[in-house]
Design a protein around this ligand. Structure first.
Ligand code: CP
Ligand code: NVA
Length: 307
């Protein structure tokens, strides 16, 4: 059976934990200068980007190279799909060349269709519905910052937009059982179906409209931009709605004294988070960025069967 990573539900909890373990190993090996793990030797992984990217594109491309493979990067407008070639044809054609396909786009439905019509693993590199590779990495990063902490004991706060990142945090909390408190402005709440589903597995997933309430006692405080890719035209409306959802030092002071600050990046310093918090010792932003590489290498090893 072909395995995919479109949402957290595609892998079991045990499998996700295996990916974390392998990522830690690959990180240590790389730090020691050992690039011996060549699972993708001689193989190609496709990457389709219908939105901008710095971290996702570079971390996947470097990771594929480090695993001995080759990345074939296709940007918006460069495939026949953008000229109307059926997705079902594209999925079957690409499956004849590639070991896997990493895709960043708007609609989650496109990923679902590629997965159902092709025969290679499809990896969600961000859609309007989720960013599971980022949230996997963020959990890995938080556990690195709190060595020995059981995953179920993590307390995560989400402050801001209930968009793709928030949806993936909700899925992850449903899967792993850690406490997640989200504070979103009214009208910007996450997908209610995802929230309800996660809450059936984990009642410690809670939605509020009060940032201080969400952050109180948290070990990891997360935020994201006010207008995600594709929402730029809404920025004025969003600036008004999100004004009281800025992560600043006063808000961080409500969290556990050991709390870290997390942001998937790119950030807008002075908007959703202050420069002071971004540059504070609590900030884990560059570790998150680095860890994309290690976690995604482990994920590709897991998803792509050996030759
Ligand atoms: N965090 C993240 O996905 O960054 P990019 O948009 O630069 O890929
Ligand atoms: N929510 C942001 C995340 C960017 C990595 C966006 O979708 O633009």
């Amino acid at each position: 059976m072909t395995r995919h990573f479109l949402t957290f539900e595609d892998l079991s909890r045990e499998e996700l934990l295996l990916v974390f373990k392998r990522a830690a190993f690959l990180k240590a090996e790389r730090a020691a200068g050992r690039y011996l793990h060549r699972h993708l030797e001689g193989r190609a992984v496709g990457m389709i980007f219908n939105k901008h990217s710095t971290r996702t594109r570079v971390s996947f491309e470097c990771g594929i190279n480090e695993l001995g493979g080759r990345a074939v990067v296709l940007s918006e407008g460069q495939t026949q799909m953008s000229r109307g070639e059926p997705v079902s044809h594209t999925a079957r054609v690409l499956s004849r060349y590639l070991a896997a396909l990493v895709i960043r786009t708007y609609s989650q439905d496109l990923l679902v269709e590629l997965a159902s019509r092709g025969s290679i693993p499809i990896v969600n590199a961000l859609t309007d519905e989720g960013h599971p590779c980022q949230v996997m990495t963020d959990i890995f990063t938080a556990l690195e910052r709190f060595p020995g902490l059981p995953l179920e004991s993590l307390k995560v706060a989400w402050v801001g937009d209930g968009h793709n990142m928030a949806n993936s945090w909700i899925e992850a909390a449903g899967c792993f059982g850690f406490a997640l408190k989200l504070a979103c402005p009214e009208g910007f709440e996450p997908d209610p179906r995802g929230l309800a589903k996660a809450r059936t597995r984990n009642p410690a997933v809670v939605l509020t409209h009060d940032p201080a309430e969400a952050v109180r006692g948290a070990l990891a405080v997360n935020t994201d931009v006010w207008a995600s890719m594709g929402q730029e035209a809404e920025l004025d409306r969003r600036e008004k709605a999100f004004r009281s959802f800025i992560v600043d030092s006063a808000l961080m002071a409500q969290a556990d004294p050991r709390a870290i600050f997390m942001h998937c990046l790119p950030a807008h310093p002075g908007e959703e988070v202050t420069e002071e918090v971004l540059e504070s010792p609590a900030s884990a932003i560059f570790d998150e960025a680095e860890n994309r590489l290690h976690v995604q290498k482990a994920l590709l090893e897991f998803l792509i069967p050996p030759l």
